[in-house]
Structures are given as C-alpha cells and as structure tokens.
Design a protein around this ligand. Sequence first.
Ligand code: PLP
Length: 388
Amino acid sequence: MDLQINKRIKEIVGSSTLAITARAKELKAQGCDVVNFAAGEPDFDTPDSIKSAAIKAIESGFTKYTPSTGTLDLREQIAKKFKEDNGLEYTPTQIAVSCGAKHSIFNIIQVIVDDGDEVLIPSPYWVSYPEMVKLAGGVSKVIPTTAQANFKLTAQQLSESISNRTKVLILNSPSNPTGMLYSKEELESIAEVCVKNNVYVISDEIYEKLIYDIPEYTSIASLGKDIYDLTITVNGVSKAYSMTGWRIGYSAGAEAIMDYVKKFQDHSTSNPASISQMAALQALKEPQESILAMRDKFQERRDQMMAAFDQVAEVKYIKPDGAFYLFCDFSSLGVSLDVAKQILDDVNVAIIPGEGFGAPGFMRLSFATSTERIAEGTKRISEWIKKR
Ligand SMILES: Cc1ncc(COP(=O)(O)O)c(C=O)c1O
C-alpha cells in the first residue's frame, strides 16, 4: 500500500550519527570493549544540588502545568543570566523556556520561516538545522566554510549569499561539530551585514559555557540595538550543567516574535516538565563552580586528544575553542563514512563521520569521556592508521 505521509516529513533524513551508534551498541552487546568518541553530551552526572531541587519539587507537589513558556521565576532568572553573562536586556515576556535548546530552535524556525524562505546555514553545521528548516517549508542555503578560514563564515561570504528570499541566518558559536568560536570583531562584521539586509539571526549559544583559552564570550545580540532586534538568542542547561536528559532550553528575542513562539508552544507541547524547570532554576541560581570544574576537565581532555593526534601525520585538526569535539580531517584515509565504519569494526572506536555535518572527509571525535578512554581510543586509532 502506498503510504500517505506528509510531504515534508517524507523528506526528513535519519540521523547520520545513528548508524554508528547503533553499530557501537551492537558490538557492545556482543561483549566488545567499545571506546565511545561519538557522544554528544557531557559524561558527568548532574550536580547533586540540582537533583535535590527536582526532588524537592516532586515532594512539594510542584507537579502541575506551569505557564507554557515556563514559570515566571525561571524566566526572571534567565533574564538575570542574560544580563550578567551576556550584557543582554530581556524581560521575562521576551523569554520562552522549551524542552531543550533543540525545541527552542525548532519553534523559532516554525515561527519565522515561511514556504520558500531561505535559511542560511554555514557548514559544517549541527545536523538538525537543515531538517528543521525542511519541516517549516523553508529552503536551506548552505554556505561552506573551510579549515583555512577556521570553519568560520565571513561577512563577505554572508553578503554574497543573501538573496531577496533570505530570511534568517543560523549561527552556532562555539560550533558543534568544529568547536570554533566567533570573536567579537567577527560577529560585528556579520551583524552589520544582517542589519543592512534585514536578515534575522538565530544565535545558538548552547556551548557558551564550554570555552577554553578565551576569557570572554560575545553574544551577537549584544552588539547594538539593530542586531538585538533581529536576533533570537538560544541557550539552555543541557551542556553547561550536564542536564541533557532534563530537557530545558530557552530562547529570547523581540517581544512580537516571542509572542508567536508562546502561541506555538501553547498549542503544541505546553510547558516543559515543571520538575525540570525547578532543577534548571537551581542550576542558574547557584554558584557556578560546578560548571567551571567540568569545563576544566573538558579542557584537559581536549589537550590530551590533540596531543595524541599530533603524533599522527594522517590526522589534522584545528584546535577547538569550545564545545567538546575535535573535528579532524581524515580525508587522506578515504571516504569518512567508510573509514568510521572500519575503525569501529576493526578497533572498536566509535567516531562520527562528517557527511551528516555537511563536511565529508572529516570526523567528529567527542572528548566527553574519561582521560583513560581517550588514551585508549586515540591509541587504537593511531595503530589502525599505521597498520593500513
Ligand atoms: C549545536 C547544538 N544546538 C542545540 C543542541 C540541543 O541541545 P538540547 O539538549 O538543549 O536540546 C545541541 C545538542 O546536541 C547542539 O549540539
């Protein structure tokens, strides 16, 4: 029978990471000692103080509907965070709490993008952006960036990519998968082009707290009134507080846009889990030492992984400024989809091939795992390359 499915849904492609992670699971089930460099989440436990806030929420009966874009307390705390960390003034009515940053981005794209609108996405990109654009009836216009340009979009490239159908640019700094962070100056020149052409910006800042060597983070919306009005800033607690399973993300922007995000959420998910909201409130409220401790660990692991690949001529990488991925050029070894499969089957190390990020020839290696596993996994990959 011909399956009668919505045409937009039909076009969605499955996750490129799935094939590798499914095979890794299979091998594990067979008793193989698989090193997992495929993870997209911190390996640390959620801090106890945050868990306690959730337990308290359950015990005190805070288990009912909340306003659909989150409790006022949480939105006030997020407004405080934006002001203190990013120099951004948002009122609670400009903020929507959603079920993870992924959900925030999805909702904003649904609200902004109309049939046939172009969405600019610099590649390498996070796998979900183009699929979200398809679901909204938009058209992704991928702007390739190069390793030579540190995988960053330039103002000139942006300018040349804008057409009269261009609606929005999706920026992700630090980036998944490259770890690259845009400087204030780079963001200023991008902002200037967006303002001149009236292009919205979705600024995905989910890895903001995981930056290394660089003392200060810049949010593009903080660079002036005009770009502030065009930007929807997205963040969340998943990566910074090791809270991926709690599903709390948030977005903030011009009130007129956020009103529609609220309406959209009113009629789809309603509020994110009340208990998770209490946990997120605690995460944002308490002293931020736990973040710093986790970040320092990630930095140590990043340096360890880089040092290991410095000994392998076939593998090239650009030092990541943030996030927890080393994005490596494996192109001298063959098609990355095949190479990733071979490495997994031959030496049981799971890495993610670049095709899904719009970057064939590259691999994403996550250092969200222990130093012991990093030592073991990098050793196995190095030996595999030598033996070829
Ligand atoms: C670039 C990027 N944006 C957004 C998300 C979504 O985060 P959340 O878990 O808050 O939905 C991820 C998660 O992998 C990500 O890598």
